[in-house]
Design a protein around this ligand. Structure first.
Ligand code: FNR
Ligand code: LAC
Length: 362
C-alpha cells in the first residue's frame, strides 16, 4: 500500500494496481481490444519507436503548458477521452473523473454511454469545460434529443464518434466483458441504445444496424439541430479527414479507439502525419490511442496534434482512487510533460514543433 494521493505514486504502477482491484470481467472490458489486439499493441509500439531530441542550456525559468482547443483555453494539452460505463470502476463514476478534470483546468469529453446523466455531470462541474460524445442512435430523433440536452446543459462541442458502426469482435470480452457492459446503467436514459455486436444475418449476407448506414451527410443533419461545433472522432486516413473537413467538422480526432475496433488498423500515431498533412492548419487535429506518459503527449504534439485524449489511464486511476486517483493521474502527467519540455529545451506547449523529433529507434 502507498500513502500517495489517489493511491499511487507513479504512472508506471497504475495499470497493474487497477487490474488487481477490479473483477476480471471488468478488467477484460477495459483492457481488451479487437481480435488479436494487434492495433492496440501497435499504439504503444508506435510511441516507443519515436525519439525526442534533447536540447540543453536553452535558458528560461518557466514552462507554460496552456493550450487552446477550439475556443477553449485549458491548462495543459491533454483532455479526458470519452469512455463508457465509468460506474463499473467506481461508484462516483463520471462525476469523479469530471470533477478531477475541472479542478485541473482540463477538458472532459463525456460519453453517450455514461452511467450518470449528462445533466448530472454538468451540474457537478459547472465551471469545467465539457464536450459531449455522440454515438448515433438508430432513430435520428433520439440522437437529436441527446444533442439538444447536451447543448442546454452547457456542453461546448459535440464529438461524433464514427468508428463504431458496429461493436468489433473483441476476444477478451467474450468471456464476460460484454455482459458486464450490457448490465451497466444507462445514465442518459431510454434514448440511448448500447452498441451491440450488431451484424444481423439476412440469409445472404450481413445486415448493419441503421446507425451504421450513415454517410457524411449526417454532419449537415446534425448541423441543422445544433449550433455547437462538431468534432469527428475516429479518423485514420487522409480521405476521411478531407471528408470531415468538407462536411464542416470543426476538428477531427485521429484515433483507432484504443485498438478496440479494426484490428488491422494502423497505430493511431502512424496515421497522424497523413491527416495533419491533409488538413494543414485549416482544421485542428486532436489525437488519442496509446497516450500513457508526458513524453507521448510531446511526441503527438510535435507530429502536429493540437491536444491528446487520455483514455484507459483515466479508468485505471478511477478504479484505484476515484476522484483523487484521477486528480493524481492528471497531476503526474502534467509534471512529466513539463519535465520532458525542460529536457528538450522548450519553454511552452506553443514552442513544440517538428524539430523536436529525432530519428526512429528501429
Ligand atoms: C472507450 N472509447 C470510447 N470512445 C467513444 O467515443 N465513446 C465511448 O463511449 C468509448 N468508450 C470506451 C470505453 C473503454 C473501456 C475504452 C478503453 C475506450 C475510446 C476512447 O475514447 C479512446 O479512443 C481510447 O480509450 C484511446 O485508447 P487508449 O489510450 O485508452 O488505449
Ligand atoms: C467501447 C465503446 C462502447 O469501446 O466505445 O467499449
Amino acid at each position: 500500500m502507498t500513502d500517495a494521493p489517489g493511491g499511487f505514486a507513479s504512472l508506471g504502477e497504475l495499470e497493474a494496481l487497477a487490474e488487481s482491484k477490479l473483477p476480471p470481467e471488468v478488467w477484460a472490458y477495459v483492457a481488451g481490444g479487437a481480435g488479436e489486439e494487434t492495433a492496440m499493441r501497435a499504439n504503444r509500439d508506435a510511441f516507443h519507436q519515436r525519439t525526442l531530441r534533447p536540447r540543453v542550456l536553452t535558458g528560461g525559468s518557466t514552462i507554460d503548458l496552456r493550450t487552446r482547443i477550439l475556443s477553449q483555453v485549458v491548462s495543459a494539452p491533454f483532455f479526458l477521452a470519452p469512455t463508457a460505463y465509468q460506474g463499473l470502476l467506481h461508484p462516483d463514476a463520471e462525476l469523479a473523473s469530471a470533477r478531477a478534470a475541472q479542478a485541473a483546468g482540463l477538458l472532459a469529453v463525456e460519453s453517450t454511454l455514461s452511467t450518470r446523466s449528462l445533466e448530472e455531470i454538468a451540474a457537478a462541474t459547472r465551471m469545467g469545460p465539457k464536450w459531449f460524445q455522440l454515438y448515433l442512435q438508430p432513430e435520428f430523433a433520439a440522437s437529436q434529443r441527446l444533442v439538444e440536452r447536451a447543448e442546454k446543459a452547457g456542453y461546448r462541442a459535440i464529438v461524433l464518434t464514427v468508428d463504431l458502426p458496429v461493436l468489433s469482435v473483441r476476444d477478451r470480452q467474450i468471456g464476460g466483458g460484454i455482459a458486464v457492459n450490457a448490465a451497466a446503467p444507462m445514465g442518459n436514459g431510454p434514448d440511448v441504445q448500447a452498441p451491440a455486436r450488431s451484424l444481423g444475418r439476412d440469409g445472404v449476407g450481413f445486415r448493419l444496424r441503421s446507425d451504421a448506414s450513415q454517410t457524411w451527410q449526417i454532419l449537415e443533419r446534425l448541423r441543422g439541430v445544433t449550433a455547437l461545433p462538431l468534432v469527428v472522432k475516429g479518423i485514420l486516413t487522409r480521405e476521411d479527414a478531407r471528408a470531415a473537413a468538407d462536411h464542416g467538422a470543426a476538428a477531427v480526432i485521429v484515433s483507432n479507439h484504443g485498438g478496440r475496433q479494426l484490428d488491422g488498423a494502423p497505430a493511431a500515431l502512424d496515421a497522424l502525419p497523413e491527416v495533419v498533412e491533409e488538413l494543414g492548419s485549416s482544421v485542428p487535429v486532436l489525437f488519442d490511442s496509446g497516450v500513457r506518459r508526458g513524453g507521448d503527449v510531446v511526441t503527438a504534439l510535435a507530429m502536429g496534434a493540437t491536444a491528446v485524449g487520455i483514455g484507459r489511464p483515466v479508468l485505471w486511476a478511477l478504479a484505484v482512487g476515484g476522484e483523487e486517483g484521477v486528480a493524481q493521474l492528471l497531476s503526474l502527467l502534467r509534471v512529466e510533460l513539463a519535465t520532458v519540455l525542460a529536457l528538450t529545451g522548450r519553454p511552452s506547449v506553443a514552442s513544440i514543433d517538428r524539430s523536436l523529433l529525432g530519428p526512429p529507434r528501429w
